[in-house]
Design a protein around this ligand. Structure first.
Ligand code: ZN
Ligand code: ZN
Length: 350
């Protein structure tokens, strides 16, 4: 089969590799769409940071060049031993694999499983014609949901999980900093969970226009006066929940400043450098700093598919669909910040 194999920075090759066989509890998928993620772009630009090319992954044991792709959907074409999903079923992969037996899995926090690993990040993934996946990590794509929409299920599940971690309730005043792809998935998740007053902050332009169309109550242009404008909109002493989804340096401090006493800050973005925060003011106002990681497959993936069926997210977020052979140029575009939405690869075409 053809697969996109990461060897090192600026070196992802489409190679002919053996087609995997489904192991126990696994199904073999013919991949229909495979999404590209910021993590892929980061390792393309200056990796490997995540991909276990030089160091053996402690759980999967993988070491060396690796097939990327952790946001994919596909059609079941073969069942491994014990697998029951019928051949012909189209499923979305959650990519994160958990053991189901450890204390964290039993608490429902499968994304923190002691044996956690992710297909396409820690072992062979779905940027290929075929991929073998544990059946426990898939959700059936609803009838009639187009592949381009279903192809956004995994990153939307991540956004949905983040929105759940924010804990916003009906009537809360929520501020979202950053309306790129991740911020937009969080926005969609928030909108589906609670009826909140939502202020979105980013640079004026297409991102904010998209946020407005997807249900932001108001948008505020990032810039020197942004904090004052947000405060005027949500009213003193600040928002109930502030979600920092930009990862830009200094924005966590901004988020803390916009949060009311007793409120919650959710950090979604990943700043490249350690960030300094004013612990004193946080403690004096008993603010909660919350974080979020990946998603909980059993809780977030199926609702993400339902949400894609009932919203215009795919129209708003899809950047384009390309053949596997275009992987390098598309990673280049993503890594150089030229992409406002999501890039999908269709490995069924050449
Ligand atoms: Zn991702
Ligand atoms: Zn576990």
């Amino acid at each position: 089969m053809r697969a996109a194999v990461y060897h090192g920075p600026h070196d992802v090759r489409v190679e002919e590799v053996p087609t995997p066989r489904p192991g126990e509890g696994e199904v073999l998928l013919r991949v229909v769409r495979s999404g590209m993620c910021g993590t892929d772009a980061t390792d393309w630009k200056a990796g490997p940071k995540t991909f276990p090319v030089n160091r053996r992954h402690p759980v999967t044991g993988h070491q060396g060049p690796m097939i990327i792709g952790h946001e994919f959907i596909g059609e079941v074409i073969e069942q491994g031993e014990g697998a029951t999903t019928p051949v012909g079923t189209v499923v979305a992969s959650g990519a994160g694999v958990s053991c189901g037996r450890c204390d964290r899995c039993l608490q429902g926090r499968t994304n923190l499983c002691r044996r956690y690993y992710t297909l396409g990040l820690n072992t062979a993934g779905g940027m290929a014609e075929f991929v073998a996946v544990p059946e426990s990590t898939v959700a059936v794509v609803p009838d009639g949901l187009p592949p381009d929409a279903a192809g956004l299920a995994q990153p939307l599940a991540v956004g949905l999980h983040a929105a759940r971690r924010a804990g916003a309730r009906d009537g809360d005043r929520v501020v979202l900093i950053g309306a790129g792809a991740i911020g937009t998935f969080v926005l969609a998740g928030l909108r589906s969970l609670a009826d909140v007053d939502l202020t979105v902050v980013d640079f004026a332009g297409p991102r904010l226009e998209r946020a407005e169309r997807l249900g932001a109550t108001r948008c505020v242009d990032a810039g020197p006066e942004a904090a004052a404008k947000v405060m005027a909109a949500v009213g003193a002493p600040g928002a109930d929940v502030v979600i920092e989804a930009s990862g830009a340096p200094g924005q966590l401090t901004v988020a803390i400043g916009l949060t009311r006493p007793g409120g919650t800050i959710l950090q979604v973005g990943l700043p490249a450098q350690p960030q300094e925060i004013d612990v004193w003011s946080m403690v004096m106002q008993e603010k909660t700093l919350q974080t979020t990681l990946a998603h909980v497959c059993g809780e977030d993936l199926a609702p993400a598919l339902d949400l894609l069926a009932t919203t215009s997210l795919v129209e708003e977020l899809l950047d384009g669909v390309h053949p596997l052979e275009a992987i390098g140029e598309q990673l280049d575009r993503l890594a150089s910040g030229q992409v406002e939405g999501k890039i999908l690869i269709d490995p069924t075409v050449t």
